[in-house]
Design a binder for this molecule. Structure first.
Ligand code: SAM
Length: 255
């Protein structure tokens, strides 16, 4: 593939991701999209559960396997290295599009906060989760995370420089602020149905497992810097006192 071809492919993958991102806000939040996480059931419970768990498993497998260094090593013999991250982003987006299309609402309201300040606060928290998520992508490197930096550097004839170990802003408070954004999004539901609960429980479990794998890769990539960071900074729950928050320097990777 030519340089311009790879660049345009990267931009296309990013555009697909943006569409999925915006759709997900409505899909999970229960407004404005043709398909929704919550709703009245259209199939027997067992069938609906099997379909939903299958969709979540497909996303989890795609997202985890394609992120592993060994897979990338093999995969970049087939796809150009500069397009590897964009392909990952595209595959993740396609897995989510399948989930948006084939997800089966199950009904069964577990809680529903009545109209008023409580409901408004939960909707506000949901919006905050999305903002936190978006903000956090920029703290490490938004354009690297979604493949644009790679295709741009390739297009302009420069070699790829992976992001360095960094602990800016919220990364000094917890090691995984982006995943906190997801957890807020999944659980901040003014109305919680059975399908939403299945989604929230399974995605929470997935995040907790994914952290183990991600941190193993981060220790391989960043060595003692990440080991020390892991010792000094909580994984997901911020410490309520500030004296010992972190001692990790915000500087480049050392192996
Ligand atoms: C989807 S992001 C999630 C980051 C983090 N787990 C979080 O929840 O904020 C995953 C990417 O962030 C990178 N990453 C995570 N922590 C990092 C850090 N402190 N410095 C540099 N890169 C980091 C990983 O290498 C991975 O490519």
């Amino acid at each position: 593939m030519s340089r311009i071809g790879i660049f345009l492919y990267g931009v296309l993958c990013y555009a697909v991701f943006l569409g999925v991102f915006v759709y997900a806000i409505g899909f999970i939040g229960g407004f404005a999209t043709p398909t929704l996480l919550d709703g009245a059931p259209t199939r027997p419970l067992g069938q609906a559960l099997a379909i939903n768990l299958g969709l979540l498993a497909a996303f989890a497998l795609q997202h985890s396997i394609m992120a592993r260094p060994a897979f990338k090593h093999w995969w970049t013999r087939i796809v150009p290295e500069a397009a590897e991250r964009s392909t990952y982003v595209l595959a993740s987006s396609l897995a989510l599009i399948a989930l948006f299309i084939f997800w089966e609402p199950i009904g069964g309201v577990l809680w529903s906060v009545p109209e008023g300040s409580g409901r408004t606060a939960i909707i506000g928290l949901y919006a905050f989760g999305w903002l936190l998520l978006l903000y956090t992508t920029f703290l490490i490197d938004h354009f690297d995370l979604f493949g644009l930096a790679q295709v741009w550097r390739h297009f302009t004839g420069r070699s790829y420089r992976p992001p360095q170990f960094r602990t800016p802003s919220l990364y000094r408070v917890v090691r995984h602020p982006l995943y906190i954004g997801w957890l807020i999004i999944f659980w901040a539901a003014p109305t919680m149905t059975v399908a939403h609960l299945v989604f929230a429980v399974m995605t929470t479990a997935y995040i907790l497992i994914a952290i183990r794998f991600e941190e193993r890769d981060l220790v391989d990539a960043f060595g003692n810097d990440y080991v020390a960071y892991r010792r000094s900074t909580p994984m997901l729950m911020p410490r309520l006192w500030s004296a010992r928050r972190t001692t990790t320097p915000s500087r480049g990777a050392q192996r």
